[in-house]
Design a protein around this ligand. Structure first.
Ligand code: TYM
Length: 335
């Protein structure tokens, strides 16, 4: 069966996204929505968020702030943007998929191991990737634009879809294809597929890092961007060169510029001191993020509009979700 193209992705409700989320995923969604013939689906995955401890008030706030941020980044309000937990079919399909997924398939995923360190690894955390598969398969999505850190989850989704189809001798689900960000960032080197922390460039840039100077947020003011870049960990080697293994800090900063535009490191930066180079990175980022920040500030006063966008997205998502779950129930013998 030929499934129509459908682009879907998800993001955790972490409030304002950081540069890694933006260059790794969100910018891609914005570009894809313009060339897609059908609406793109973006789920703010609040059910995934509760796999780690959350303050109820903050979770609610951060969810709305993520919607605000996605609109500020350029996701159009006529696409399907919604909160995962408002569509119960995500959990319902996840349950069905739990019953079809061998524990061994999820046990070997490294994110589960890393995240459960220091926590009482509970079933929610272990099941996280199966819920992600449900998010995707519920909409029979064909293309999933994500950052490369989601590769293991995407492989698992493929395995689950194939095994369901073959077990029931059906073509219930298309086999989704991950679209990893095609930015210059990726072309640069396999060692630089992710934006890394500004403080420890061997770790990915992440919202869970306790040090706020480790990441740039898409709504950071000029002075914050300058401060964070100035404090970014680099090295004492003279001149600027791209060498992700021996100079991860400098290379990460080059990658930040590379995700904005093509650069020729040799002619543009080689002669600069670390300080001059950092000033250049900060200037480029300030100019690039300026319009996004401005839109973000405008939307700050538009909470009713944001709720409307989410409510409409929810309605459209529900129609697709109900129809798929009905088919799945019929297929496996449930009413
Ligand atoms: P999340 O919320 O951690 O990240 C959202 C998107 O941002 C990308 N990303 C990065 N890319 C490059 N460098 C980084 N430092 C960086 N940090 C984050 C991620 O790859 C992701 O695309 N499990 C998912 C959410 C999810 C989902 C889904 C995604 C739930 N269901 C269904 C796609 C389809 C997650 O935690 O993303």
């Amino acid at each position: 069966m030929k499934f129509p193209n459908r682009i879907l992705s998800g993001i955790q409700p972490t409030g304002v996204p950081h540069l890694g989320n933006y260059f790794g995923a969100i910018r891609n969604w914005v570009e894809l929505q313009d060339c897609s013939t059908s609406k793109i689906i973006v789920s703010i995955v609040d059910l995934h968020a509760i796999t780690v401890p959350q303050d109820p008030y903050m979770l609610q706030q951060n969810t709305v702030e993520m919607a605000q941020s996605l609109l500020a980044c350029g996701i159009k309000d006529d696409q399907i943007l919604f909160r995962q937990s408002t569509i119960p079919q995500h959990s319902q399909l996840a349950w069905i998929l739990f019953c079809k997924t061998p524990v061994g398939w999820v046990n070997r995923l490294h994110q589960w191991k890393t995240k459960s360190e220091g926590l009482d690894g509970h079933l929610g955390l272990l099941s996280y990737p199966v819920l992600q598969a449900a998010d995707i398969l519920l909409y029979r999505a064909t293309q999933i634009p994500v950052g490369e850190d989601q590769a293991q989850h995407m492989n698992l989704t493929t395995m689950i879809a194939k095994s369901f189809n073959s077990h029931y001798k059906t073509e219930m689900f298309p086999i989704p294809r991950a679209l990893y960000c095609k930015s210059k960032l990726i072309l640069a080197s396999t060692a630089s597929k992710r934006l890394m922390s500004l403080k420890d460039p061997t770790k990915k840039m992440s919202k869970s890092d306790p040090n706020a100077n480790s990441r740039i947020m898409i709504n950071d003011a000029e002075s914050e961007i300058q401060k964070k870049i100035r404090k970014a960990t680099t090295d004492s080697i003279q001149g600027i060169t791209y060498d992700p293994i021996n100079r991860p800090g400098v290379s990460n900063l080059i990658n930040i510029i590379r995700s904005i535009r093509n650069v020729d490191v040799q002619t543009e930066f080689a002669h600069l001191s670390n300080k001059e180079f950092k000033d250049r990175v900060a200037d480029e980022l300030v100019a690039y993020l300026g319009p996004i920040r401005q839109k973000w500030v405008e939307l700050q006063r538009e909470s009713q509009y944001i709720e409307q966008v989410l409510a409409r997205g929810e309605q459209e998502a529900r129609q697709i979700a109900e129809s798929t779950l009905k088919d799945v129930h019929r297929c496996i013998g449930l009413p």
